[in-house]
Design a protein around this ligand. Sequence first.
Ligand code: SAH
Ligand code: SF4
Ligand code: F3S
Length: 475
Amino acid sequence: MNTKKEIEEQKEYLNKVKEVNKEKSPKYTILTMGCQLNENDSEKICGMLEKMGYIKTQKQDEADLAIFNTCCVRENAEDKLFGKLGELKKLKEQKGIIIAIGGCMMQEKHIVDKIKTSYPFVDIVFGTHTLHKFPEDLYKSIQEKRKIEDIMDIDGEIYEGLPIKRDSNIKASVTIMNGCNNFCSYCIVPYVRGRERSRSPKEIIKEIRELAKDGYKEITLLGQNVNSYLRVEKEKNIQFEEYEGVNSFATLLIAINKIDGIERIRFVSPHPKDFTDDVIDAIAKCDKVCKLVHLPLQSGNTKVLKEMNRKYTKEQYLNLVEKMKNKIPNLTLSTDIIVGFPGETDEEFEDTLDVVRKVKFEQVYMFIYSRRVGTPGDKMENQVPDDIKHVRFNKLKALVESQIEENNKKYIGTVQKVLVEGESKNNKDLLTGRTDSNKVVIFEGSKDLINQSINLEIVSEHMWYLKGKIKYDRK
Ligand code: SAH
Ligand code: SF4
Ligand code: F3S
């Protein structure tokens, strides 16, 4: 069956569940773990649920349906899921709520086995390749009152046209590709998300034009390796239709830059090994593409990088940064770093600190290496003891925090263009927005500035946010 037909079939299930819910307004909760791709998938689950008559609630005890969209990139996600399932067991016994678990962790056989034996009250288990079939799974669970396990161990297809209920009406995420072919030796993602495949240029442009029409100002393009967009298709001679000149990641940025109404374009994550010159040039010349680039480093040591299968050296990474800094005015960088990869010595870890000192990242997402079943890293014998991992993590954290403090000072007295996102969470009298470099800025202003870009003078800095003052009237 082709994907269009499958989606049509699911629409029938949507209507069937809606019919079941007629004259009722059942409520659902959804808990999402993991990356922005998972959050985007959750927005699609919410879109399907609302079409089936469900209403979202934050209160677990009033829900008729509880959903988890899981992540398995690090071990702590598992602890969180099993803790939550313990809590839900009571609600299941008291009022018979439906419990559905989906996402990356469900692609791991040992986890699904554990759910079946230790948490048999879970109703629906669905994987990353069967998200679009959620209406059918839910319908069968309700009507046939049986357990549903809907997981496919395949590469997965691209499904277009799923309903979506977005979390924000200012910023929107747009998934441009699924899966990953890189197999970094620590990482579970390629095993749970399947092989890399790109969405068609036309579908992406169409979606972003719609978003612009609906008033969205900022778009984040998502994928595990965004700068290899359409690469697999070209390598394997898989037919795709060029649209508005889009046949690569660089041309995609250029085409989106032309869409009226969109003011900012961000993307996560690119891979340093695929950062070709055309992408650097596109970032430099497209005024809407934010000059904050997330460039995952993982380790600053060439030997560790080789063991990680990252396919670049310390020098290549630093040279790329240099080249980007030269070509892209006002470039800022953020990164991901793993400490305590198997075999990493103190001296090798020093190379990571060295790169951090040299590059001066705007933001660093730091992770302690976590063994993932089925990855080459898990089978390596020279695992680093936990206490050493923690010492290194704290050393890196101290360096990063001192750099952020230093860097924040540079903002004081500057004028920053800020996209206003809403009221500040901690103080409803203040507004909050973000700079091009994704820094949070809090300031006083009237509510009609929400969803506008304005110029703010930065007056003070704090570790995780800046304070601003309105400098000029709107743009
Ligand atoms: N595709 C993206 C992000 C993948 S997951 C990329 O290549 O950058 C997000 C981050 O989680 C990774 O960048 C990595 O820093 C971290 N990560 C992945 N697997 C991990 C593991 N086993 N232990 C600790 N951190 C991990
Ligand atoms: Fe994981 Fe590497 Fe793929 Fe990123 S590029 S998802 S770190 S395997
Ligand atoms: Fe986690 Fe899956 Fe994303 S494993 S990081 S939710 S792709």
